[in-house]
Design a protein around this ligand. Sequence first.
Ligand code: ACO
Length: 335
Amino acid sequence: MGNKIRAAITGVHGYVPEHVLTNADLEQMVDTNDEWIRTRTGIQERRILKEPGTASSDLGARAVQGLLEKTGTSPDEVDFIICATATPDMMFPDTANIIADKVGIKNAFAFEVNAACSGFLTALLTAAKYVEAGMYKKVVVVGADKMSAITDYTDRSTCILFGDASAAVLLEPTAQELGVMDAVMHSDGSGREYLYLKGGGSLHPASHETVDKKWHYIYQDGRPVFKAAVQGMADAVREVMSRNGLQPADIDWVVPHQANRRIIEAVANMMDFPLERVMINIHKYGNTTTATIPLCLWEWENQLKKGDNLMLTAFGGGFTWGAIWVRWAYDVQAG
Ligand code: ACO
């Protein structure tokens, strides 16, 4: 016991833009109402990045900058940075490189992963494996999404759901039984017909036609995604728990992707997790794609204790989904 190197989360920081888009604001933009949005999704407001000329990398850079300051980490020490995003600044270069440049990280290997709403889990697991292999020692995993850039604010079925945000964690090696303990991740590309953004890639390069057809915005067929999300997250959590002999009472906190409060409640109910131990902040931020899970960790950081068992779970476009068991590695020092 104790000899295996694991990747411990040793810091977390988030960033949300100032501008608040409320349900009342959306009532002025599309045929919707506060009551429908609250009861169907749990969302009350979301944040929107309004500053001209800013993008996902700016969201990400602000979270990473804060993370480095708060953990007393010099940019020179960071040797690896992964950015999860579904809204990269550009097709290339990738957003991790741009974030690294913006915060002065010069000695790191940097790349981006795109697994839609499961992007943070995908990036966290990938980063953990590099740490476990002994290759990197100061690793930043950042989720950053400017969802407002790909949201059609005339489509009431999607524009109520999404918000802009970013959040990042620092990973470091530990020989203790802490950090990323186990994970189950899945993909099913046949789900691509229900949730996609089809314009601007190599299949449908940007053209007048793609713009006219609104192919540069998110398309979602909500009901099949809802069903698959509940089933996928519950199955992945169950798999991680059963192969590690964990019972619901062993899990101190469930940290679900925040796509819809009803999805979160259904998963918690299926798994016998009391809602008091489920992190939920969707009412304030909506679905911020790759930022939801680290944003929850940031918000709950002061309540987390060293040794707490956390079950992170997400479902997103692809389809992609999974669950990661993390044992929390630190207590926040009072004062
Ligand atoms: N305001 C008022 N009415 C609306 C709105 C709105 N904003 N949006 C849709 N409606 C109407 C529909 O037109 C429909 O009307 P009809 O019955 O007359 O046709 C009715 O409300 C019900 O619509 P549904 O789409 O069936 O509503 P549902 O209860 O499924 O909720 C939602 C829609 C919130 C999108 C839900 O399906 C959902 O959360 N899906 C999963 C989201 C998810 O997990 N996504 C994965 C992550 S995202 C990513 O990876 C990028």
